[in-house]
Design a protein around this ligand. Structure first.
Ligand code: URA
Length: 218
């Protein structure tokens, strides 16, 4: 990566690296990919949700009462998986953030133009206090950035501040990162790896191949 971005967080730790090795290897079967991917998504989601506003509430333990920190109750948390591969994040997301709303985004990549084509949109909801929304858009692969940008645009058009929007991806490319920050400099990107480049078919090199195929055995 030639450029550096303040809002890009590359999550690096031994468990992340081990999980990446597992999902990248062409010798890992579907179940192995899923298990390692879920481990990875949980860690990435922990990192991504560090921006959630907190409050204090009275808690009674068996020993004493005290004021404990917790997540603000009056915010709306949205997890937006880009179908289909982005779904792998939702199992972990609903476990660790039971109050989150899941808003699916269906896009596939036109293999010729590499542009996203919509087929499902669960996002169009009224947004009363957009500054109280915290959005996490999930997609394992940030390749050209076209799909992620399209999804971010949808939320920004509803008035949700860029600083409350986060793209959460496992493997990314420098092109994708540059493209996203060029249009949306104030969003946050959480990734586990930044790979070398895209090939002529828009796949990340070395990457993990087609994430949807690897996760769903197609
Ligand atoms: N989508 C994938 O699943 N893999 C890539 O390498 C790029 C986009």
């Amino acid at each position: 990566m030639e450029k550096t971005y303040a809002n890009l967080k590359i999550v690096e730790n031994p468990i992340v690296n081990q999980s990446l090795c597992t999902i990248r290897s062409k010798h890992t079967d579907t179940q192995g990919v899923r298990l390692a991917a879920r481990k990875l998504t949980r860690i990435l989601l922990y990192e991504a949700t560090k921006n959630l506003p907190q409050t204090e509430e009275e808690v009674e333990t068996p020993i004493a009462s005290f004021k404990a920190k917790t997540i603000n109750h009056d915010i709306t948390i949205i997890i937006s998986p880009i179908l289909r591969a982005g779904l792998i994040f939702t199992d972990e997301a609903v476990d660790i953030l039971p109050q989150a709303t899941i808003r699916h985004i269906g896009m596939y990549r036109d293999e010729k133009t590499l542009k996203p084509v919509w087929y499902y949109n669960k996002v169009p909801m009224p947004v009363d206090n957009p500054e109280k929304y915290y959005v996490y858009i999930t997609d394992p692969m940030l390749a050209t950035g076209n799909s992620l940008k399209e999804a971010i645009r949808l939320y920004v058009q509803k008035g949700i501040p860029q600083k409350n929007i986060c793209g959460v991806c496992m493997i990314s490319s420098p092109q994708g990162i540059n493209a996203v920050f060029e249009e949306f400099p104030d969003i946050t990107l959480i990734v586990a790896a930044v790979d070398s480049h895209l090939n002529e078919r828009g796949y990340i090199v070395p990457g993990m191949g087609d994430a949807g195929d690897r996760i769903y055995n197609t």
